[in-house]
Design a protein around this ligand. Structure first.
Ligand code: GTP
Ligand code: MG
Length: 266
């Protein structure tokens, strides 16, 4: 006998209604198959959130595919930019789009199904409980978080990178490179998005650090991060080294700025 499991959509609507309107921003570059899977999966998991796909004119016509799905299931916008311009700039444009339209929460999520739409609820729910909350990070490195597909070596490198970022910047974040997270719009306004220049992992770390420095409250919720099965990764070792260099530069800059000035005896 088949068992039917019905999700409690009443509870979900109440949660979203009490935190305001949420927009999930998904940057894409050549994710033709993945985008057709992730959009309906998000709609099923959190029916009340809207979605914005930010595509950089992917030659595989990801944007056209996204627009077809949008016609079928609604409440999805597709922003097409003229050329591949990086993850950081895709999020900046997507966040501006959402803030101009009055969304209260802005969510970052990859298209490649590494981020489970079923976890979206756990990123949004804390905003309903704490009006002061600025940022909820979906974290691989808090109890309950996991990366089932990664080798020990890759896990170690990512863990060490994150430990380095936290010991240099002291913002108390275990998984600052995670790209699965939700911001309160007012927290994004406070961080002056336009001056954020980093890309990739550096973008994620810089955004969390800026929220922290602006006095915002950040919490982490466990997620399982699974490897993409379709399409190609756009991350490179250049982006990893850029992130490490930036973390070091921010840490030095802010330590120097905090040093007491010598007393002027004249
Ligand atoms: N619009 C836009 N999207 C991008 C760009 N680079 C990457 N993306 C998207 O950003 C998301 C994350 O990129 P990935 O290549 O999966 O990076 P990652 O998840 O850190 O790396 P993997 O673990 O190897 O998948 C995916 O949805 C990509 O399609 C870009 O230059 N422009
Ligand atoms: Mg990915």
């Amino acid at each position: 006998m088949a068992t039917t499991i019905t999700r409690d959509s009443r509870l979900r609507s109440t949660t979203i209604a009490s935190v305001g309107r949420a927009l999930v921003v998904i940057p894409t570059y050549c994710e033709y198959d993945n985008i057709a899977r992730i959009l309906p999966a998000i709609r099923t998991a959190v029916p009340d959130v809207d979605i914005l796909v930010v595509d950089d004119s992917s030659p595989d016509h990801t944007a056209r595919r996204a627009a077809e799905i949008a016609d079928q299931i609604g409440s999805i916008d597709v922003m097409v930019r003229p050329a591949k311009s990086g993850l950081g700039s895709a999020y900046r444009d997507g966040f501006h789009y959402g803030m101009e339209r009055g969304y209260d929460l802005l969510v970052e999520m990859d298209a490649d199904l590494s981020h489970d739409p079923e976890s979206l609820d756990s990123l949004l729910e804390p905003f309903a409980l704490d009006p002061e909350l600025s940022l909820v990070i979906g974290s691989r490195y808090v109890p309950g978080g996991s990366i089932p597909d990664w080798s020990r070596r890759r896990r170690l490198l990512s863990r060490l990178g994150n430990r380095y970022a936290d010991s240099a910047l002291r913002f108390g974040v275990a998984d600052a490179t995670s790209g699965f997270r939700a911001y309160r719009a007012s927290a994004l306004e406070a961080v002056k998005l336009d001056s954020v220049r980093a890309d990739g992992y550096g973008f994620q770390i810089e955004m969390a650090y800026r929220v922290y420095k602006a006095g915002g409250t950040i919490i982490e919720r466990p997620i399982a991060f699974t490897d993409r099965t379709d399409g190609e990764s756009k991350m490179s070792s250049r982006i990893v080294f850029e992130a490490l260099g930036l973390v070091t530069a921010w840490a030095i800059r802010d330590r120097l700025a905090r040093r007491p000035r010598p007393a002027n005896n004249n």
